[in-house]
Design a binder for this molecule. Structure first.
Ligand code: 13P
Length: 216
């Protein structure tokens, strides 16, 4: 990733939050975003409307969980931090409550290989992590597990997480996941969709590496 200074990174997080809502993959303040920064992460503050969010309100948290005394990070800081700790190749974490991904997550459904673009998330499924109360360490553990060898997962009765080497890639993937969820949801209205084979997804995985926007 090109070097961005602290202020630019903070502003890029706010811009991405606004974009999530414009794109219809989130509503209100239910999403949150983090970016790896120095020996920690920059993360959205809890419950601040994106339109009013200021760069100085973005919270810095060390990888050890250290915080400024008056900081109010997103209630989901645990899974943001744990994902960045578990996945050195990941620099950005996007969490949102996109309508179709969340419908599937409420039903406890993973997304199967109904479309080859699922390979953009790293495998032949997008798993659905079991339910745990928002903001808890239990939810964080489930999320990290559901993301093993993957760049996205659903969270039961909750929403979706997309990660990437850059914020633009993670945002792009979040939109792709919601598109896949919408397609799968549509298929389920007609019947049981036929699936692509594991071998074909493996074939696509070999071609699709690096697809998507260039890192910002
Ligand atoms: P924050 O406003 O604390 O980021 O939380 C929103 C949310 O919906 C958590 O899943």
């Amino acid at each position: 990733m090109p070097i961005m200074n602290d202020h630019d990174k903070r502003q890029s997080i706010i811009d991405a939050c606004l974009r999530m809502n414009q794109l219809g993959i989130n509503q209100g303040t239910s999403g949150n975003i983090s970016l790896r920064h120095d020996e920690g992460m920059l993360i959205t503050p809890t419950s601040v409307p994106y339109e009013a969010m200021q760069p100085e309100q973005i919270v810095y948290m060390g990888l050890d969980g250290s915080l400024a005394p008056d900081a109010r990070p997103s209630s989901e800081w645990r899974f943001h931090l744990d994902i960045l700790k578990a996945r050195p190749e990941v620099n950005a974490v996007v969490h949102a409550h996109p309508p179709y991904a969340t419908i599937l997550a409420i039903m406890g459904l993973e997304i199967p290989p109904v479309h080859y673009m699922i390979a953009c998330a790293g495998g032949d499924t997008i798993r659905c992590a079991p339910y745990a109360t928002y903001g808890t360490q239990e939810l964080s553990q489930y999320a990290v597990k559901a993301l093993e060898d993957r760049l996205a997962c659903l969270l039961a009765h909750h929403g979706m997480i997309a990660v990437g080497p850059s914020l633009s890639k993670a945002m792009w993937l979040a939109v792709e996941v919601e598109t896949l969820a919408r397609q799968y949801h549509g298929c389920l209205q007609i019947g049981t969709p036929p699936l692509l084979s594991k071998a074909e997804i493996k074939n696509v995985l070999g071609r699709i590496a690096g697809y998507g926007p260039a890192a910002e």
